[in-house]
Design a protein around this ligand. Sequence first.
Ligand code: NDP
Length: 254
Amino acid sequence: MSNRQLALITGASSGIGREFAKSLAKSGYDIIAVARRRELLESLASELQVFGADTKVVVADLSTSVGVQSVIGEASNVDFLILNAGITRAARVGSTSGDEITKLNTLLATGVVEVCEAIVPKMMQRKMGSVVIVSSIAAFTPMPKSALYAAAKSYVTSYGRSLNLEVRKSGVRVCVVCPGYVRTELHQQAGLTHLRERVPKWLWIEPDDVVKAALRGLRKNKSVVVPGAVYRLARPFLGSGVAQTVWQRTTRRR
Ligand code: NDP
């Protein structure tokens, strides 16, 4: 690696994580790119060469504790940590095994927290560092048939908000970004391709919108940011019964 700053990005093989990698490589970071699909990470590494970035490919399954530990091992000296890897899951109550629940929670919630608990104190010692946790608007509104996903996103959102206040005077910044619908592979991977048609076009944002909102949030030291004007306007009302009915009709998960 060169003397550029160093960013580790989980879920860098596609979607929002890949966009973070391009944006940070462009602004002078070397990248540690983590995900399961090696070939996509290697193609990312070639793409980032154009920005002069060195990219280290780390293949890890972050729904396992071995995968989480490998990220902790790689992240000890990073300046920027983007905890983004995730899947969504549509499942009625009772249809998810204990093992699947553990894996989902490790990937979306407890693994993210474990990495922060290991790496943020090191950043505090150096009096510098940035952390982005990619959560979801699901942290603010109930999601029938996706309760496990919503619960995991609430957990990391709550953790990140508290962490931001705890460390903000130490030179370390923590920002939780809570997107609504973003055009990525997420829904297709979960068998929810119908949402592409069902959810109105004006509710979809691009991965780049998420990256820009997160970087702006970090600059302003905000604990939580919601990308996209529509979502920002709707956020205060997401707890109301009317908003929840409209939201659930529009985004029904079969
Ligand atoms: P994508 O499916 O495009 O990307 C998900 C990324 O996570 C991929 O790089 C995937 O890589 C990685 N990943 C998934 N499972 C694992 C695993 N077990 N171990 C390691 N890496 C894994 O979706 P998005 O870019 O949309 O998702 C990124 C984040 O954004 C997620 O946390 C998601 O919850 C959140 N989000 C997305 C929204 C959307 O509408 N798209 C809305 C709100 C939040 P690989 O398969 O190679 O392992």
